[in-house]
Design a protein around this ligand. Structure first.
Ligand SMILES: NC(=O)c1ccc[n+]([C@@H]2O[C@H](COP(=O)([O-])OP(=O)(O)OC[C@H]3O[C@@H](n4cnc5c(N)ncnc54)[C@H](O)[C@@H]3O)[C@@H](O)[C@H]2O)c1
Length: 271
């Protein structure tokens, strides 16, 4: 996809943060937008700021498989086609493996992994039918390295990466007209830490402050990087200098990155 003008783009989790900034950036490039979120108030705010653009909003919980498949049909009915799907909606949890509840673990997997998997599968036939499609799945730097207290999020984001990389190869082997990118943001200054669930023993205030200190990139800058990566058909889109650093450490050290993370976590995460 060399040009986004008049392309129909679907963005989940568009009511805040990276999703909202992506909506802005895509609208500026002439996309027609199908924006969704569970947070309807946030979604309305996003849409109101896009005055003049061709935008429709949809209330959607990405953890609901049937709702996503129904959403895909509705978007095609409303816009006639779909070219770009960005499976962006996500949540975070800070809790150790020992203390996290089954319910919290499932909550993260249902949204962060299954939301992406269902979103991809529901829209894929329509992207193929468009003749010029692109799937963009949002993982994280935590889809590249494991981090204490992030086991559920790590599990979901590593799964997104594996699923997405396999899909990219399948689309090429089958000569399908669908490009596939996996996005790995570093720390982005959004609402994700505020909306996160925390384990019982967590010092929520300190954890959230710690996140704010580490988040180096604005959502607007993140969206620009993602959109440029889409236009270049990058398989892996790294967002922010911290993401590049983590990717480099991972490549250089392999599994020997772990003592480094352990040392960093002792100071910053076990607070
Ligand atoms: N902010 C970061 O530092 C960071 C880093 C790496 C990856 N990410 C990923 O980027 C994506 C966007 O996160 P963000 O930072 O913009 O966070 P955010 O909290 O600002 O936005 C996430 C949006 O997803 C929506 N959402 C949550 N649960 C949903 C559900 N069940 N169905 C539909 N929508 C739902 C929220 O309402 C919210 O509008 C997520 O997948 C997140 O994991 C963020």
């Amino acid at each position: 996809m060399k040009n986004l003008k008049n392309k129909v783009a679907v963005v989940t989790g568009a009511g805040s943060g990276i999703g909202r900034a992506l909506a802005r950036s895509l609208a500026d490039r002439g996309c027609r937008l199908a924006l969704s979120d569970v947070n309807e108030a946030g979604l309305v705010e996003t849409a109101e700021a896009l005055e003049g653009a061709d935008v429709k909003t949809y209330s959607l919980d990405v953890s609901d498989r049937d709702a996503i498949f129904a959403h895909a049909e509705e978007v095609v009915k409303d816009f006639g086609q779909v070219n770009l799907v960005i499976n962006n909606a996500g949540v975070a949890l800070s809790a150790t493996v020992r203390e996290m509840t089954d319910e919290d673990f499932k909550w993260v997997m249902d949204i962060d992994f299954w939301g992406v998997a269902h979103g991809t599968r529901a829209f894929l036939p329509h992207l193929i039918a468009s003749g010029d499609g692109h799937v963009v799945n949002v993982s994280s730097v935590f889809g590249l390295i494991g981090v204490p207290k992030q086991s559920a999020y790590n599990a979901a984001k590593f799964a997104v990466r594996g699923f997405t990389e396999a899909l990219r190869q399948e689309m090429k082997l089958e000569n399908q007209p669908v490009a596939v990118s996996c996005v790995h943001p570093g720390g982005i200054r959004t609402n994700i830490a505020n909306a996160a669930r925390m384990g019982k023993s967590e010092n929520a205030v300190a954890q959230r402050k710690g996140f704010d200190k580490l988040a180096m990139t604005t959502p607007e800058k993140a969206a620009e990087t993602i959109v440029k990566g889409i236009l270049k058909n990058e398989s892996r889109i790294l967002v922010g200098p911290d993401a590049w650093g983590i990717d480099a450490i991972n490549r250089l050290l392999g599994s020997a990155y772990q003592p480094l993370v352990e040392r960093f976590s002792r100071k910053n995460l076990y607070i």
